[in-house]
Design a protein around this ligand. Structure first.
Ligand code: DHB
Ligand code: FE
Length: 284
């Protein structure tokens, strides 16, 4: 049987991808950001899974206002890095896992989570930057990836609690896949940031650190935070944080199992307009 071994949480700032691609990681501005992921890159080497289930948001790259799926699961064999305006990032293509993805889609739709099935999709910084932060600059990504896109761009967006319960359904689906696969689930985006309007540049360290604390210790209560609190406290793009609940709801303690071990925690401001937050939790 397949199992979820760990969850990873990280921001996805596009300028981080550019800093890596342009060889700027040792510049004084970027060095502290990448230092926070040194542990993570070694941990990934030591704990390479068979599949990463990567929860991310598309930024009007694969989807547009013409079509807005709330939850979309990638069932394709591969995905190309998207051209976000400056050409596609020079990173490896993403290899999918169509068998596990199709199994998860089947299980979740039967559990009343009405997913959109995506068989062709380019992936933007929401997916490629977390891979770069965790894996560095390899010739090929270390394992197949199932992209899972959540709409956090155009309201109405799903609630934190819906995302948490969706994570529980993903864990249930993974457990019933008949192959001994080790699966990591990643929740990406956040932390506090606002990219437009009079409050552009807003960062809230206190909110972010309380979020990191409570995501570990009382995720279900934290998941009940209403959208308006993110907008007020963490900026309009802080709403990306609801995606972290998908990964957290997939951990064993959501179903009465043991609490996870915190392997790594990192927080840094600034990176572009965003507070960078990062956690690695292992199931026991
Ligand atoms: C930035 C952050 C994002 O989450 C994003 O999607 C685009 C830009 C930023 O900090 O610049
Ligand atoms: Fe974003």
């Amino acid at each position: 049987m397949a199992k979820i071994t760990a969850s990873v949480y990280t921001s996805h700032v596009p300028a981080i991808g550019a800093a890596l691609d342009l060889g700027k990681t040792h510049e004084p501005y970027w060095q502290p950001v990448f230092k926070g992921y040194e542990y993570s890159k070694q941990w990934m080497k030591d704990n390479t899974p068979d599949v990463i289930f990567l929860v991310f948001n598309d930024h009007a790259t694969a989807f547009s206002l013409e079509m807005i799926p709330t939850f979309a699961i990638g069932c394709a064999a591969e995905y190309q890095p998207a051209d976000e305006g400056w050409g596609p990032r020079p990173v490896p293509r993403v290899i999918g896992h169509p068998e596990l993805a199709a199994h998860i889609a089947q299980s979740m739709i039967q559990s009343d989570f009405d997913l959109t099935i995506v068989n062709k999709m380019d992936v933007d910084h929401g997916l490629t930057v977390p891979l770069s932060l965790m894996c560095g600059q390899p010739q090929a990504w270390p394992c197949p990836v199932i992209p899972f896109a959540v709409n956090v761009v155009q309201y109405p967006v799903p609630s934190g609690l819906r995302c948490y319960n969706l994570g529980r359904a993903i864990a249930h689906a993974v457990k019933s896949f008949d192959a001994p696969l080790k699966v990591q689930i990643w929740g990406t985006g956040g932390m506090s940031h606002q990219l437009q309007g009079p409050r552009a540049g807003l960062i809230n360290r206190e909110f972010d650190n309380a979020f990191l604390d409570r995501l570990v210790t009382e995720p279900k209560a934290l998941a009940a935070t209403p959208h308006i609190d993110y907008v007020r406290e963490a900026g309009s793009e802080g709403i990306e944080l609801v995606m972290w609940f998908v990964a957290r709801g997939a951990m064993a303690d959501a179903e009465g199992g043991a609490a996870p071990t915190v392997k790594h925690r990192f927080y840094h401001v600034p990176a572009s307009n965003t507070a960078v937050g990062h956690l690695i939790l292992e199931n026991n």
